[in-house]
Each structure stands twice: as C-alpha cells, then as structure tokens.
Design a protein around this ligand. Structure first.
Ligand code: HXC
Length: 514
C-alpha cells in the first residue's frame, strides 16, 4: 500500500504553484532589486525547517471585475508559525507579487486565523506589511477585512507581543494595523507609510510636500515618532525583530528570558565614578552610564532618533532583563517634554504588560518650559508618565544621578510613585526646584540688597535643601551610593524584587490621559 503517485504529483504541483507567488519573474525582479520576497522574509526570520504554513491553498471567492478568472496564490499573504531561537512565533508576510499584496476577505481571514492561533497558544506575532491596501475589486469586504484585523490587534494587545515590519507601501487606513502593534520596524527607502500622501494632501489643502517628508522611515523615526526602528534593508529588519524578541517573553503570563544561571557579582566599577564630570554644568552622557550598567554593554535602544532627551531600551543587568528609562542631559538638558513623555510612557507600559522590571536613571531639571509645550498639552502628556509609572506593578528601581527637580522628580519614578528601591549618587540634587530659581524666590530682598550674596545662598540652599542626605533622611531615598556601586546595587535590587507580587482593586482599566 502506498499513496497513489497522481495524488503526490498533484500535491507537488499545487505547492510549486503557490510557492511561485505572483510568478518566478516577479520574484526574481524583487531579488534583483535587493528586496526579499514574502517567503524569503519568513525563511530568514525562522530557524531553517521550522516554518509551518497555515492556509497555503486559500483562494478568494471574488467574482467582480473578472476576478473569477484570477488565481491568487495563498491569496497574497503567507502565514504560519516557526521558531526564532528556541521559541515558537507566529507570523504573516504580505506578498506584493500577488495583486500588490492587497487585502481581500480571504487574505484578512488568514491574518485573523494566525493571530487567533497566536493568542490561544501564547506566542508573539510578527507581520511584514507590503501591500497596496484594500483590494479594490472586493469592495467593502476588504474594508471589513481590515476591521477584523484591527479588532485582533486590539484583542491581542497586552496578551502577546506584536511586532510590525513595514517593508513596502503601507497607505491609508492600512497603516493602522501596524500602529496598533507594540513595535514598528520600517525599512529605509523601500517602505512608506501615510494616511494621506502628497497628492491627496495637495488636493485637499494646497500644501506641497514630498513622500520623504510625510511617509518615509526617516520622517517617522525622528519627527512623528510613529515607528521604533529604522532598518537598512529586509535582512536588517529581521535582525532587529530577532533581537527584540530575545528580550521579551512570549506572552503576558510568562517571565522575560532572564539568565539567572550566574551568581551575583557585587564588585565595584570605578569607571562609573569617572563618568561624572567635576563641573556640574557639564552633562553626563546617559548612554555611557547605561553602557556600564548592562551586561556586555549590550543596550538595545528603542526609538533612538525620537525625543533624544530621554533614552529607553532593553538590556540585561547580571542576567535580569530590564527596561531602562534615562534622561539624556546631552539633549535639551534632559528636560521632559511632550514627545519624551509619550515615548517613555509607552515604553513603561509595554514593560509592565510583559513583566519586565524597570530601571529609571534620573538627571532632569524638570519639564520643558515654553508656550508650545503648554499649548501642546504638556500637562496631559507629562501626566502619562506619572500614570504609567504609578500603574506599573513590575519591579521598579530608580537611581538619581544628579538633578531631580519638581514634577519631573516624581515623573521619573520616585518612591511615592511606587519605586521599590531608590538610590541616589552623592551628586544628586533633589528639590522642589533648582537652587538658582529657589534662591531668587526665597531671598529676593537679600539679593536685591547685596547681589554678591547670591552664589553663597545657592550653595547653602543646595547643601541644606537639595542634598540627597536630606531626601534620605525623610525616607524617600533607600540609600546614597557611590556611582561605582550602581551596577552591583541595581543587580541585587533586581534579584530581590523579581518575585514581587502586587494586587490592586479589580477594574476594567485605568483612564490614562491620552
Ligand atoms: C487591487 C492592487 C491594489 C489594490 C495594487 N494592486 N494595489 N490591486 N487593489 N489596492 C495591484 C496592481 O493593480 C498591480 O496589478 C499590482 O498590484 C502591482 O501594482 P503596481 O501599481 O503595478 O505597483 P507599483 O507601481 O509598485 O505601485 C504600488 C502602489 C500602487 C503604490 C501600492 O499599486 C497603488 O497606488 N495601489 C493602490 C493603492 C490604494 O489606493 N489602495 C487603496 C487604499 S484605501 P497587476 O495585475 O497589474 O500586476 C485603503 C483603505 C483601507 O487601503 C482602509 C482600512 C481602514
């Protein structure tokens, strides 16, 4: 007994047809241009031989505009599961060679099916967006398909990580599916993303603009803040996704991939002392501090080109995966503004969902003053940070390096906002406002009478009211430590808080000021 040869032949013929996508010539043309095909992307994402395809033989049932005569292999989207490292991951990849990767009803159904599978099995979802958008011939069924995908994006949010790679065109409402995921990687030059492109903008408003200005990876990475990573090409985008996955758990009930196999090392790092400039006016480079704090200087920065006055990203500290949030005094003196608040709050919330401890490094003079900030809603945006930290129940470790003034002190995860442990360097200044401003208000008459007294009054204020010992004396600092002790103390703090459990009153969700 054996399977009939004709049946095997049919299976092989059908598979080959689907694997050829929109035709070998189209696949070859893409590769010649340096672009991966939809299947190349999945083959490169997954460990060889681990891809299990879902819905390879799916067919559309559209009868409009001569579509009944067209076979669309895999209906323009390749979906399935595979292994990234040793963990299963779900993915789908739109095939531009098949009807421009456009989304019709079956295309949408395949995406929904793989997303449902990922949610039920607790695995991350990676999607490669490369599509002309709603399949015009399928009319409202395409729109409805997008709606079903968006619903899944929301349903899965907070349950399994979702990562979108914008690898080609991503126009109109279609851009909202990647926007609903946790991280967006955009491939330079070959991808663009917009709600209304230059032509529609001109027709509707008379404003002239270029695609580079409104839809490019560079514009989204630096100005709109819509994306998290820019990739040079497909291979780089896939490497970014793999690296990101190496820091995050597969779902919200798992721990991130900590490596606790090594014993704690509590030796000091004198190099950290050297990072503090003697002159208080010279800024610390927070990235240099982070580089010494994380294992092997391996810091995976998120949104590195947006709101550079705050730095966020992933690393491991003696094996424990952490999300790091640090003011960057080299940009805007590390002040918190609208974009910095949005960037940090979103990152904090991601970490909290996926059980990733937060390490906060504070060196900020406060919220950025200015008409544009006030009119732009800094109160609402800044409140997102307070909300995100206040709501986070993961371990929260804060280190105050230098300035921690006013509302920004609170917004950078003070003890009162629920930090489990707060360390301060001897260089820390913790106060309602900077010494210069405070002295001008407190000693106005004295300074008017004798302007030369101002500098000694400032020094006196600093010593009496902004000293870390003053804050430690009030119980809002756990300990004052040498910079050289930071890595050891944070590592120990993390191990001590890893089994933290915090239960809050049941509710649907809080109302973060959006
Ligand atoms: C059906 C489509 C398509 C679409 C492209 N194709 N987009 N088929 N529906 N939306 C087909 C083309 O007809 C062509 O088929 C093949 O895909 C390749 O397209 P080209 O135009 O030859 O490729 P290129 O020159 O690279 O241009 C790519 C493109 C362009 C910029 C994406 O195709 C384009 O502008 N497409 C329309 C985009 C659009 O307006 N989409 C609807 C947006 S509204 P053949 O058979 O010739 O190879 C929307 C609403 C979603 O998406 C709302 C959700 C809430």
């Amino acid at each position: 007994m054996a399977v009939k040869k004709e049946l095997l032949k049919e299976l092989q013929t059908r598979r080959e047809k689907v694997l050829a996508g929109g035709g070998q010539d189209k696949l070859d043309a893409r590769r010649k241009k340096g672009l991966m095909t939809a299947r190349d992307r999945l083959d490169n994402l997954f460990q060889p031989g681990t891809f299990m395809e879902f819905g390879m033989h799916a067919q559309h049932s559209c009868h409009n505009f001569g579509m009944e005569k067209k076979e669309l292999p895999a209906d323009g989207v390749v979906a399935g599961t595979g292994y990234v490292g040793d963990r299963p991951v779900a993915a789908y990849s739109e095939d531009f060679t098949v009807a421009g990767g456009s989304l019709g009803s079956m295309h949408a159904q395949k995406i929904c099916d793989i997303m449902d599978f990922a949610q039920q099995s607790g695995m991350p979802v990676v999607c490669f967006n490369d599509s002309g958008g709603a399949r015009i011939q399928e009319g409202v069924e395409s729109l409805s398909g997008y709606g079903r995908v968006f619903f899944r994006n929301v349903y899965l949010s907070g349950v399994v990580p979702q990562i979108a790679v914008i690898a080609g065109p991503c126009a109109g409402g279609a851009a909202y599916s990647p926007a609903l995921t946790d991280f967006q990687v955009m491939v330079k030059d070959q991808a663009n993303m917009f709600i209304t492109g230059p032509e529609v903008i001109f027709a509707a408003t008379g404003q002239k603009c270029t695609m580079a200005e409104v839809g490019s990876a560079a514009a989204h990475a630096t100005i709109s803040g819509n994306i998290h990573f820019v990739a040079e090409n497909d291979a780089h985008a896939i490497a970014i996704v793999q690296k990101l996955l190496s820091f995050i758990p597969s779902n919200n009930i798992m721990d991130p991939p900590h490596d606790l196999s090594q014993p704690l090392v509590l030796s000091e790092d004198p190099g950290m002392d050297d990072l503090v400039p003697e002159d208080g006016k010279n800024p610390i480079d927070i990235k240099a501090v982070i580089g010494r704090l994380v294992d092997n200087a391996d810091f995976f920065e998120v949104q590195m080109d947006f709101a550079k006055n705050i730095v966020v990203g992933f690393g491991r500290i003696q094996g424990v995966v952490v999300g790091i949030i640090g003011n960057q005094p080299k940009f805007k003196a590390g002040a918190l503004d609208i974009d910095a608040s949005d960037k940090a709050a979103r990152f904090i919330r991601f970490c909290n969902i996926f059980n990733i401890p937060l390490v906060t490094l504070v060196d900020t003079g406060g919220f950025l003053p200015g008409v544009a900030q006030e009119r732009g809603g800094i109160i609402r945006h800044g409140a997102k940070m307070l909300f995100a930290y206040g709501a986070a129940t993961v371990p929260k470790i804060t280190v105050i390096l230098r300035k921690a003034y006013g509302g920004a002190y609170l917004a950078m995860c003070s003890k009162d906002l629920g930090a489990d442990l707060v360390f301060a360097w001897p260089t820390a200044e913790i106060a309602v406002m900077g010494a210069e401003g405070a002295v001008k208000i407190l000693y106005k008459r004295e300074i008017d009478k004798d302007p030369s007294s101002e500098s000694s009054l400032i020094a006196d204020y600093r010593a009496k009211f902004a000293s870390p010992y003053q804050a430690a004396g009030k119980g809002i600092i756990t300990d004052v430590i040498r910079p050289a002790q930071t890595r050891a103390m944070v590592a120990m703090a993390l191990r001590n808080t890893l089994s933290k459990r915090e239960t809050r009153p049941p509710k649907k969700h809080g109302n973060i000021p959006l």
